[in-house]
Design a protein around this ligand. Structure first.
Ligand code: NAD
Length: 354
């Protein structure tokens, strides 16, 4: 399996380095033959090539079997004409990675004082309120007068149906329960269509229970009674916001693993950002990036019928679970270790004992 690795900005260099070490170890242990090819995007690329995405990068990603993208300083990239392309958007749109799967699970030993949860946010990734990906060319956010801005939200039945199908398929492997999160009381037509499309797809999955919750109330429900939810399907921005909340409820945004998947390509990228407030201090939690990489191995193993990839992914997830329980983690998860030391402790757990 060939994987392109782009460390990203801020804490990306630190967390992706740990994820790479873990991948190389499981590659040996499970004989995966991983071929990790390192390249750059974001600020490092802007400095070197004058653009956050250099020429030829998309082509090499398309020739590979997967992509690991570190967190990007997207807020810094404001002007595409100056090479400041948002790399996350670039790959999500360019590779049609429509399903952003964001699990949140409470780990024993995490020290969280919130109620335990184990759920997955399935977020549409290619349209919605994200004006930078809604039109074929340019953006759909317009300065009408110096004091008036219009940002278009696009919702299409096709995108609603495919994200719904991804959620229901996932639900079959879990508790067979999908919750549709929306704002159809206000966005009557767009979110009305989102609900309709989800319910149409639901008919193909008669064993899966379906309900729906309005997004603002969902923020309260998921704090108060997270056990009521398992798979949550929602539009782009609601999913982005809700998944940061669920990650933090589970212990830390530093545990927020995610995969961005389409029909042909997939990209592992932690759900959080480049965390400039803690970058370069050896305190960032690397588990979000490791668990994202693990999700990429599962995606590949399931598609290719290669169980050893799924086993390697499970080994990574299990080692992370054990590490947190043993407090071999960063401070956000109740441990006392630095990023590097957390990685080293994890490698010991992953190393073969014979
Ligand atoms: P952020 O997600 O980077 O950080 C929010 C808070 O969570 C910070 O206090 C940070 O220290 C903490 N945090 C994040 N990751 C952590 C980790 N692994 N371990 C421990 N703590 C962690 O959000 P922000 O500060 O609003 O954004 C910073 C930059 O990241 C901005 O440029 C933003 O646009 C960008 N961003 C990128 C992505 C992405 O690449 N997918 C996602 C969100 C934000």
């Amino acid at each position: 399996m060939k994987i392109i690795v782009l460390p990203g900005d801020g804490i990306g260099a630190e967390t992706v380095a740990v994820a790479v070490d873990a991948l190389e170890l499981v590659s040996q242990r499970y004989q995966l033959g991983l071929n990790l090819q390192h390249d750059i995007a974001g600020h490092a690329s802007l400095k070197k090539y004058g653009t956050t995405i250099h020429e030829g990068l998309m082509e090499s990603v398309k020739k590979a079997d997967g992509l690991i993208l570190g967190p990007m300083a997207t807020y810094d990239f404001k002007d595409e004409s100056k090479g400041e392309i948002n790399p996350s958007k670039f790959f999500r749109k360019g590779l049609d990675l429509f399903a952003n799967i964001r699990p949140a699970k409470t780990y024993a030993g995490s020290g969280t004082t919130y109620k335990p949860l184990d759920l997955v946010v399935v977020r549409e990734n290619t349209e919605g309120f994200y004006a930078d990906r809604n039109v074929e060319s340019g953006g759909s956010e317009m300065l009408i007068t110096p004091d008036v801005v219009v940002s278009l939200r696009r919702i299409t039945r096709q995108c609603c149906e495919r994200i719904a199908r991804a959620a229901f398929e996932l639900a079959l492997t879990r508790k067979k329960h999908v919750t549709i999160v929306h704002k159809a009381n206000v966005l009557r037509i767009g979110d009305g269509m989102f609900i309709d499309a989800c319910l149409a797809v639901a008919k193909e999955f008669p064993t899966v229970q379906v309900d729906d919750v309005i997004v603002d109330a969902m923020m309260a429900h998921v704090v108060r009674a997270p056990e009521r939810y398992d798979v949550i399907v929602t539009t782009n921005m609601f999913g982005d916001i809700l998944s940061d909340l669920t990650a933090e409820l589970a212990g830390s945004l530093g545990m927020a693993a995610s995969i961005n998947a389409g029909t042909t390509y997939a990209m592992a990228q932690a759900a959080h950002g480049s965390a400039p407030d803690i970058a370069g201090q050896n305190i960032a939690n690397p588990f979000s990036q490791i668990c994202s990489a693990a999700m990429l191995l599962t995606w590949y193993g399931q598609r290719k019928g290669r169980p050893e990839f799924v086993q390697a992914s499970q080994a990574l997830e299990q080692a992370v679970t054990q590490a947190i329980a043993a407090k071999e983690s960063t401070r956000d998860m109740g441990g006392k270790l630095g990023t590097k030391e957390t990685g080293q402790a994890l490698l010991k757990r992953l190393a073969p004992t014979d």
